[in-house]
Design a protein around this ligand. Sequence first.
Ligand code: ADP
Length: 407
Amino acid sequence: MDLASKGAERLRVLVINSGSSSIKYRVFDADGLSLICRGAVDKIGEGKGIRRHWTAQGVDWKEEIDIKNHDEGLGSIFQALADTGMILDKNNLRGIGHRVVHGGTEFKQPVLIDDGVVETIRRTSSLAPLHNPTNLLGIEYSIRKFPDVPQVAVFDTAFHQSLPPHAYHYALPFDIYKRYGIRRYGFHGTSHQYVARLAAAHLDRPIEDLRLITLHLGNGASATAISGGRSVDTSMGLTPLEGLMMGTRSGDIDPAAHFFIMRQTGKSPEELESMLFHESGLLAIAGTNDMREVERLADGGSERACLAIDMYCHRIRKYIGGYYAVLGKADALVFTGGIGENSALVRKKTCEGLEGLGIHLDEDRNSSVSGEISEIQLAQGAVRLLVIKTDEEKEIARQTLKKARDD
Ligand code: ADP
């Protein structure tokens, strides 16, 4: 096939995020990492699925389609990429990057995937039973489709492997840690690392000299303390349930509450787990997990919505204070994720009362944020307050390209 005539003469990087019920993908130009196309298949195995595909050249379609399993979903994605001339064969594909949720202690950075890596990811699945197995389906399909193209696994946990032992240990019998790997791993690492790098570039300072607190506030939410470009503490733990209040997840809760709830309600461990992951957080307090809706309800006088926002921001403030103490100071506080990037109210309420730490929010700047990076502190603020758009897929593409070039 004539690549040039299809507009696919340039080298590309494909990023695949194969989740439990949806598969998302993005294609970037390998030279400069501009976005070429993106899309997703949703509701796999649920009957009426949705397939979407968008390209920078103006294609934008969405259709209902019954996708029975991941292989079918991945097949339809590769077909769409070929049909729209985005990826035609191995010759215009520099690498494929795969998001993998849990790398355990084995993976401290992205790795080129081989049989051993696949086996290790499989072994790590006990730590992320809902995620790693479906991440692997994406990897295995892509290897079958493009066996000669470098495939790279990028782990949500890898960036946090620099945590010191006193930050990652739980105060539990040591045998539990040794036998089952029960410790803090942290998640959203790709996003925290990406915004930290952009913050350093924006501040025009070597990342090695900076102490940062990054807040990834999306449907899931986490805070990270970063010293010299290395994660030294983070709010998510063994699982992505710990830490901040989230859309549907509780975040921190007294561990003894679990046994109390089970005894009082008769819930099984699985039912309790589902409640903490899917029926808690903003949803439980305000009745919706969509922060835009929570804000609308609060505006309309809903006490529960106001309470949800107060709880949400109070919890973030506690982590900011904690991480300020961990770092000894903070050069910048970074807001990112759907809520961090878009909710002026959450940023404002989060910063309230933190003037003693050198955090002074400029309300005008806070309400007129735009572009990739904005600064929202007052002139006297010792801590730079940054709002940075995260782009996990672009970071995966960058790391994939780097790994494919290095090896
Ligand atoms: P995910 O973690 O699934 O990637 P996002 O990072 O897209 O999620 O964040 C989703 C959250 O961002 C939702 O709670 C959504 O309501 C919130 N959000 C998006 N835009 C706004 C906005 N303009 N104001 C307040 N919240 C917003």
